[in-house]
Design a protein around this ligand. Structure first.
Ligand code: FAD
Length: 392
């Protein structure tokens, strides 16, 4: 994939917004453990950055997925992981299925305001009893006239404490676990919703993460995305863009972490020279930089094939797996080279060490990615664990 002038212009616009409207506030938002999502999204919406690959009929730019990828990569310039993740939820995690399979009415009601930055969305898949095992989730919706009555719990939901709506994966019938689920749009001010807990985390502090209870929450059946019973399949497709987003948004933070460590090592004096004079440090940083370039190439290739309409389950899973593994390795190695300074709270490397740890867990843990790969490679049988829940 080669970025064109248009891709680079979009990245420049994003970068300017980050420098002027996000980075000056990041430390305060991290300390407050929240950021003003409505305010930030309104700014991004006004610049047309929340719907690059969404249909023009709903306010999107109608571009192909490579533009969303370019935006995700530029988001890596934010000096924390929480704010980009919240933006990624809006652009690449809670809206792809709505844009692709939602009715015209549903897209006018939910997608258009999300693209304009007037509303904040969230994606509700995980539950206290079901994270990796998506098929095992227990929230359910029963029909009552033309409505659904939804009960259950969703846990770990990014943006959920500020969100206006949730794209919720819920059981809409009994029956086989891969065919009894639907994605339903749920307004978060509906009676019966309780924002039960803000979850404290080791990283991603500026992003709010909630535990949400649903008690007979009434929503019209027309709020269902696409066909009843297809929710699991839609969500598995939606996960592909989430995983590509995760890989693309990790590249700049990894590059920056290495670059800032080089700068540090070149001025840190020890044993009559600098830390950067140590061949071990030189070789290790050179190797890590090579790994980041390899991840970039893998991510771009997956994006290219996705744009061509090919199934990129295997490449997106590889990219997500490699992102988690490499982020841990880069952050840990660099933190070590910073010595005591690396162990301090406000150091950017220590922030990547904390924030980046999520990449091996959220959106499908490393082992779930390996389970998918074992299947796509023909090593494990389809329908067998591990990772059965993420691969129909
Ligand atoms: C900060 C944060 C934000 C999140 N945001 C969202 C969100 O917006 N929406 C949403 O729906 N969810 C969200 N999640 C949830 C996230 O997707 C889940 O945490 C993740 O899927 C893992 O599920 P779990 O925590 O229930 O762990 P479990 O499913 O209990 O798994 C625990 C561990 O078991 C191991 N494991 C899993 N499967 C296998 C296997 N087959 N073989 C071997 N080992 C295995 C893995 O190491 C895994 O980490 C978020 C999580 C966090 C921490």
């Amino acid at each position: 994939m080669n970025y064109t002038h248009e891709h680079l212009e979009i990245q420049k616009t994003m970068r300017r917004f980050i420098d002027e409207r996000i980075n000056p506030h990041v430390d305060a938002w991290e300390a407050e453990e929240a950021f003003p999502a409505h305010e930030v999204f309104a700014g991004l919406g006004a610049l047309g950055l929340l719907g690059l690959n969404k249909p023009e009929a709903y306010g999107g730019a109608g571009l192909d997925y490579s533009y969303a990828m370019a935006l995700a990569e530029a988001l890596g310039h934010v000096r924390c992981g929480g704010v980009p993740m919240a933006i990624g939820v809006q652009t690449d995690m809670c809206t792809p299925a709505l844009a692709r399979f939602g009715s015209d009415e549903l897209r006018r009601e939910f997608l258009a305001p999300a693209i304009a930055g007037q509303t904040v969305g969230c994606i509700g898949v995980s539950e206290p009893g079901a994270g990796s095992d998506v098929a095992g989730l227990k929230s359910h919706a029963r029909k009552d006239g033309g409505d659904y009555l939804i009960s259950g719990q969703k846990m770990w939901i990014t943006n959920s404490l500020q969100a206006d709506w949730m794209c919720m994966l819920v059981n809409t019938s009994d029956g086989p676990v891969h065919r009894n689920k639907s994605l339903v749009m749920v307004p978060m001010d509906s009676p019966g919703i309780e924002k039960a807990q803000k979850i404290r985390k080791i990283g991603m502090h500026s992003s709010d993460t909630g535990l949400i209870y649903f008690d007979e929450v009434r929503v019209p059946q027309r709020y269902r995305i696409g066909e009843e019973g297809q929710g699991f399949v839609y969500q598995m497709q939606q996960f592909q863009e989430e995983r590509l987003w995760c890989a693309a948004s990790s590249l700049v933070p990894l590059d920056d972490c290495i670059a800032e460590t080089i700068e540090w090592a070149q001025q840190r004096k020890l044993f009559g020279g600098t830390l950067a004079d140590q061949q071990w440090v030189q070789f290790k940083l050179a190797e890590l930089k090579t790994e980041v370039e390899a991840l970039r190439a893998l991510t771009y290739r997956a994006c290219d094939l996705h744009v061509q309409g090919q199934d990129v389950t295997e490449l997106a899973s590889m990219a997500k797996l490699k992102t988690g593994r490499l982020t841990r390795e880069v952050a840990d190695t660099c933190l070590q080279f910073w010595g005591g300074m690396g162990f301090t709270w406000d150091n950017r490397v220590s922030r990547l060490y904390r924030d980046g740890r999520l990449a091996s867990i959220g959106g499908g843990a490393d082992e779930v990615m390996l389970g998918i790969l074992a299947k796509t490679m023909g090593i494990a049988k389809r329908g067998s664990p591990p990772g059965r829940s993420h691969c129909v």
